[in-house]
Design a protein around this ligand. Structure first.
Ligand code: BTN
Length: 261
């Protein structure tokens, strides 16, 4: 742990929390394997809107079976539990909305310009400041548990591991130590508002998300576990999936990493 790491102050967070249900059941842990895993498996922490924050994850999960590595006490690694709804194909909107909530929060609090990369990377100056991992348990078309896991690089300034995209942190870009408590409350406030937007005007999530994604219209490469595809990032569809244009063919992409070529 670096000397500037400091324990999360729950009161400071709570004063700025302005939600009806997100984070009202707040679980603070020193160390867990993964906050996503804990919420998915827990019978104890099972209330809609529960948020689990850990100072350190020994097995933090990233997309595509990657690891999410984050210094103890310097960043935000947390998961949100959403329960009992039947949004079916719209599930990816929860992903896009989460990246928008993080982007709006960083822009509002620190006046930094934030861009988004499909499906849900949050970038500052083309470097990754936050990532999101959605995991769920479903029965039929009913989602019993949707876990939205968010990792934000807040005050960490050195990154030693290997990364798919170069990392940065808010502190590195803002040049000052940042309050994790204020940032977390802002993210939850924004995300709860966006959950209402998903329900009543889902197309607004897509419009706002697209306005922050600079890759649309560009030549891209899409890599998943088994294949690499090339084409033009034409658009995202109404469910938040990427539409890749190759020649005069359009293909829907549900999963993968996008990079410019
Ligand atoms: C990615 O960009 O690959 C997604 C990273 C998601 C990391 C967060 S940290 C909190 C939550 N718990 C996990 O194990 N992963 C997510």
């Amino acid at each position: 742990m670096k000397s500037e790491a400091r324990l999360f102050n729950i009161e400071e967070f709570d004063i700025k929390l302005d939600t009806e249900f997100l984070g009202r059941n707040f679980v603070y842990c020193d160390e867990v394997e993964s906050t996503n895993k804990l919420l998915l498996e827990s019978k104890e922490f099972n209330q809609n809107g529960t948020v689990i924050l850990a100072e350190f994850q020994s097995g933090g999960r990233g997309r595509k079976n990657r690891q999410w590595v984050s210094n103890s006490g310097q960043n935000l690694t947390f998961s949100i539990l959403l329960k009992d709804f039947t949004h079916g194909k719209k599930i990816n909107l929860f992903n896009l909305a989460a990246s928008l909530a993080v982007a709006h929060s960083i822009e509002n609090l620190y006046q930094l310009k934030v861009e988004l990369k499909w499906p849900n990377d949050v970038l500052i100056k083309n470097k990754k400041a936050a990532g999101i991992l959605l995991e769920s348990i479903s029965k039929g078309n009913k989602i019993e548990k949707l876990v939205v896991g968010i990792g934000v690089n807040v005050n960490q300034t050195n990154f030693q591991n290997k990364f798919d995209i170069s990392p940065t942190s808010i502190r590195k870009e803002f040049k000052e130590i940042v309050s994790r408590e204020r940032l977390l409350s802002e993210i939850l406030n924004n995300y709860e508002s966006l959950l209402k937007v998903i329900k009543y005007e889902p197309e607004k999530i897509l419009t706002d998300w697209k306005a922050k994604c600079k890759m649309i219209g560009e030549k891209v490469k899409i890599t998943d576990y088994t294949s690499v595809k090339y084409g033009i990032f034409d658009d995202i569809d109404q469910n938040g999936f990427l539409i890749l244009k190759t020649g005069d063919k359009f293909e829907k992409i549900h999963f993968g990493d996008v990079s410019l070529r």
